[in-house]
Design a protein around this ligand. Sequence first.
Ligand code: AMP
Ligand code: ZN
Length: 112
Amino acid sequence: MDCLFCKIVNGEIPSSKVYEDDTVLAFNDINPEAPVHILLIPKTHITSMAEINGENSIVVAHIFEVAAQIAREKGFADGFRVVSNCGDSAGQTVKHLHFHLMAGRDFGWPAG
Ligand code: AMP
Ligand code: ZN
């Protein structure tokens, strides 16, 4: 499968890793929208949030645990945003489930 984030998981494409374990990888976004902009992904291929189900949701729970741990360890637990774009109309450009973890500036509520 020609998936950018699967290639990052298997090392074919390099990334700036922030955290890794058996099931989850976190790395810096190549085009940051905030001073801190980390992407958290499951190592297994899940296309988007629309594919989350009872079989695979345990890795999503773990991703949120890791996001909170990163926020505490990096000292921004008092203010951050987590976003997952699902589908073309929401602006999902990479079709491998990912959560944007952003911090380091104030965020407005999306107008569009
Ligand atoms: P989305 O538009 O929600 O699908 O998010 C995809 C994100 O992946 C964007 O914020 C991109 O900047 C980011 N991105 C694309 N290619 C890479 C890469 N090679 N390494 C790190 N982040 C990437
Ligand atoms: Zn993938």
